[in-house]
Design a protein around this ligand. Structure first.
Ligand SMILES: NC(=O)c1ccc[n+]([C@@H]2O[C@H](COP(=O)([O-])OP(=O)(O)OC[C@H]3O[C@@H](n4cnc5c(N)ncnc54)[C@H](O)[C@@H]3O)[C@@H](O)[C@H]2O)c1
Ligand SMILES: O=C(O)[C@H](O)CO
Length: 313
């Protein structure tokens, strides 16, 4: 079995060694331009078109992340990049759900305990105990309740918050109210105080967090974008912060990354920013998952994690 690897920033040698350890029977190599030698599997991030095109013999391509939007947009421009019938897999959880839970829970607790207000008071040297927020007024709504969103929702429910989620089809997560489809988006938003976005980037979800959506949230709402920058209309968020509809935001992803130095988001006192690291690929877990999936394919099984090219995630 031959495996080719390409990632623009990961430490290639440790991935080659790690995959070799996981699958001792395989020959694992870094792909270089001009390499058209046989390959059964490809592990990729931002793959050059010529790495994959024409490779009809591939049994699987693995994206080395959870979101496959960058690969799918390249595929749109170069439809022959992924030969017909070759399945594309993505990383399902592989340690990302725990990171997302840490991120979301810590920020929700930060807002719930009013640390943002106390930080502002501290700037004025003001000793002023504020009224506590009540959990029943702190309904959390998770947009996108898949592998990551589902686990984030469940970890917040464990903290006693009322939690709801929104997805394409109904979910059955214990203690979480499920809303599905465009027709239930309004009901999902109505009363949501903290909005957490974990949708994939598809034509249906681009720009979904806009003026109209923000206006349907509870007053003094909070917004956390952990998925993709294109989901959020940044100027609409700034306007909602200005009007007082939204009280604070925590953003990990941006329409343009790195976020340009002159972006007004940097200076806004009620926006917190992290540089697209809410959940990063954990090499060991990812390699174990890929090796397990390859074994399933070799055994003729149908592993989970296959991307639907039709749905776009
Ligand atoms: N910031 C980061 O560091 C980081 C890290 C990992 C993943 N992500 C992002 O998180 C996203 C989610 O990852 P995942 O593994 O949970 O994906 P997933 O495919 O398991 O879940 C996606 C969810 O979104 C829902 N959905 C999709 N389209 C919808 C639509 N049009 N209307 C309603 N619901 C819709 C699906 O029903 C599903 O519940 C990724 O696509 C990626 O963009 C970000
Ligand atoms: O989708 C992912 O895995 C991360 O956001 C990195 O792009």
């Amino acid at each position: 079995m031959d495996i080719i690897f390409h990632h623009p920033t990961f430490e290639t040698q440790s991935w080659l060694d790690g995959m070799q350890k996981q699958l001792p029977e395989a020959r694992v190599r870094q792909w270089h331009p001009g390499d058209d030698q046989p390959a059964d599997y490809a592990l990729v991030w931002h793959p050059p078109v010529e790495m994959l095109s024409g490779r009809q013999a591939l049994k699987g391509v693995f994206a080395l992340g959870a979101g496959v939007d960058s690969i799918l947009s390249k595929l749109q421009a170069h439809p022959d990049m992924l030969p017909n019938g070759v399945p594309l897999f993505r990383l399902e959880d592989t340690g990302m759900a725990l990171q997302m839970q840490e991120y979301a829970v810590s920020q929700v607790l930060h807002w719930f305990r009013r640390f943002d207000d106390y930080q502002a008071l501290k700037q004025q040297a003001k000793w002023l105990p504020l009224e506590d927020y009540r959990r029943e007024d702190f309904t959390i709504g998770v947009l996108g309740a898949g592998v990551l969103g589902g686990k984030v929702a469940q970890s917040l429910a464990a903290w006693g918050f009322p939690v709801r989620c929104w997805s394409r089809s109904h979910k059955n997560y214990p203690g979480i109210t499920s809303f599905a489809g465009h027709e239930q988006l309004g009901d999902f938003l109505n009363g949501t105080r903290v909005l957490i976005n974990l949708l994939p980037n598809t034509p249906q979800t681009v720009g979904i967090i806009n003026h109209q959506l923000l206006n349907q949230l509870a007053n003094d709402a909070y917004v956390m974008n952990l998925a993709r920058g294109v989901h959020l209309v940044e100027n609409d968020l700034l306007a909602a912060l200005e009007s007082g509809k939204v009280k604070g935001a925590m953003l990990d992803v941006f329409a343009k990354e790195p976020l340009p130095v002159d972006s007004p988001l940097w200076k806004h006192p009620r926006i917190a920013i992290t540089p697209h690291l809410a959940a990063v690929t954990r090499p060991q877990e990812a390699m174990e998952y890929i090796a397990k999936t390859i074994r399933q394919i070799e055994n003729g099984e149908s592993p989970s994690g296959q991307v639907s090219l039709h749905n776009g995630y």
